[in-house]
Design a protein around this ligand. Structure first.
Ligand code: ADP
Ligand code: MG
Length: 475
């Protein structure tokens, strides 16, 4: 039997507001447990939540960037469930009338474009965290995260395989980071996703029964969890049995998914309108203000880089695809106007290092200021491209500042032509047989002389001068 995979993603994006969705508590990451907890986050009797308008503005940015319906009036509901990290016994979320309705986003897999429709994006509060590995035999509860604003972005079940799911997640991450509404830091849990997977007979209209894999926070695990789940469900269906609708978790150590609990129905949550919060109304003026201040998105940057900075399409695409790389490009361009040189380094050496280490630029030790200085030193001829490469490699491994590395290692390029000429003469006089062979027409030997001069100067001679001087001396 042949099966088609159907996937829908629910992505939770932590919005980068300073304070929480309904309280003045701080949202900053990594504080001592239970130090960023307001009375409202604790859900003490008698306290009342107040909606954070800033979270709405950020949600609306997302709506505008995904051509979505914007609901200028939206409402909050209570989703009731019991869990130790949820002090109130319910989560405030938007069920009936979310701030963002239907939208869409483009993804690209192996050069093929596909549009994935977004069902909705609603605001809700994050829960706290249960800590299982701090106390022997006991569980700790840290409520710092409780009340952090989340935008939950729900896709239609239109994703067809693990690669598309990863591309979709990456596209959402790209948009939210460019919009400056989320830091995109997956290791810190700023973006997590629930993956819904089902199989159906090829060509069938009716969707199969799905399993929902909860709370995955890396590209790699999304891909692995989906592929594992496809295999598991195919085996069940092939043997004539049915898939159970349930919530599963992905165990990255064993690379498998395991059942957590049978799937709740919406009515298990006893949703009802939150009586503590009025509908939130965003005015047309506010909407226009958000529209007018929408940050530049990757496709706009791409166009600008081609038109203003003279990059070719492939360079512009790579650089505009990551917020950090785009920032690096723009900061370096502000210092040195050789945009082609800057693009070459980003698309060439730096992308190669990123691939080698399989990391994002923001995870590397290279800062945009350091990169700008590196380019400046190449461009003002303090160092050659070759030396720049070794400086970059050093920064990549251990950080540090470009100028300090150049200074402490004595890497400044030799520009002094009389010095280069002196060294070149020494090489020529020391290698009479090569000189003779070269003069007899063995042109390839020119590289030998260049190499020797470079070796003698530890790579520091200005390569252009070396070439010119050797040509002159050997003619
Ligand atoms: P719930 O909130 O109970 O998880 P929803 O109906 O809101 O359920 O769907 C959540 C996600 O599951 C959506 O992204 C949707 O596209 C996806 N989904 C729904 N049905 C299926 C299915 N049969 N197979 C795969 N994904 C599905
Ligand atoms: Mg769900």
């Amino acid at each position: 039997m042949s099966w088609e995979t159907v996937i829908g993603l629910e992505i939770h994006v932590q919005l980068s507001t300073d304070s929480k969705l309904f309280s003045g508590g701080s949202t900053s990451f990594g504080a001592e447990p239970n130090t960023h907890v307001d009375l409202i986050d604790l859900g003490l009797p008698g306290v009342l939540p107040v909606a954070n308008r800033g979270a709405f503005y950020k949600a609306i940015r997302f709506g505008l960037a995904t051509n979505a319906e914007i609901n200028l009036t939206s409402t909050f509901d209570r989703k009731n469930y019991f869990y130790p990290d949820l002090p109130k016994g319910y989560q405030i979320t938007q069920m009936a009338l979310p701030v963002i309705g239907k939208g869409s986003i483009k993804i690209e897999v192996d050069g093929e474009e596909k549009v994935i429709n977004i069902t909705r994006a609603h605001l809700e509060e994050d829960a706290g965290k249960s800590i299982h590995d701090l106390f022997e035999g006991e569980t700790g509860v840290d409520l710092n995260r409780a009340g952090t604003p989340l935008l939950e972005i729900v896709s239609e079940p239109e994703i067809s395989n693990a690669k598309e799911a990863v591309a979709y997640f990456k596209a959402i991450r790209q948009i939210v980071t460019f919009l400056d509404i989320c830091d995109g830091n997956m290791a810190q849990g700023s973006m997590r996703c629930d993956v819904n997977v089902s199989l159906k007979k090829t060509g069938d209209d009716k969707l199969g029964t799905r399993a929902e894999i909860k709370n995955i926070n890396s590209f790699k695990f999304i891909e692995k969890a989906i592929n594992y789940e496809i295999g598991r469900q195919a085996r069940i269906l092939e043997s004539g049995e049915s898939v159970v609708q349930e919530t599963r978790l992905y165990d990255s150590v064993k690379n498998e998914t395991r059942s957590m609990r049978s799937k709740e129905e919406a009515n298990d949550y006893r949703y009802f309108p939150c009586p503590d919060l009025l509908p939130v109304v965003i005015s047309d003026d506010e909407l226009n203000e958000i529209k007018n201040n929408l940050p530049e998105l990757p496709n706009e940057k791409e166009k600008r880089y081609i038109e203003e900075s003279n990059l070719d399409i492939s360079e512009a695409k790579i650089i505009a695809s990551s917020k950090t790389m785009a920032n690096m490009f723009e900061e370096a361009c502000a210092k040195t106007d050789d945009s082609k040189l800057i693009a070459n380094w980003l698309v060439g050496d730096i992308s190669a290092l990123l691939n080698k280490d399989n990391i994002d630029l923001e995870e590397s030790k290279l800062t945009s200021n350091n990169f700008a200085v590196l380019i400046e030193r190449i461009s003002d001829k303090t160092i050659s491209g070759k030396i720049a490469k070794s400086v970059l490699e050093e920064i990549w491994e251990s950080g540090g500042s470009v100028d300090e590395i150049i200074e402490s290692k004595g890497l400044v390029q030799i520009q002094d032509e009389s010095l280069i000429e002196e060294i070149a003469l020494k090489i020529i006089n020391g290698n009479p047989s090569q000189v003779e062979a070269y003069k007899d027409g063995k042109d390839k030997l020119f590289g030998f002389f260049v190499g020797q001069v470079m070796k003698e100067t530890q790579g520091k001679a200005n390569p252009q001068s070396v070439n010119e001087i050797l040509k002159k001396l050997l003619s």
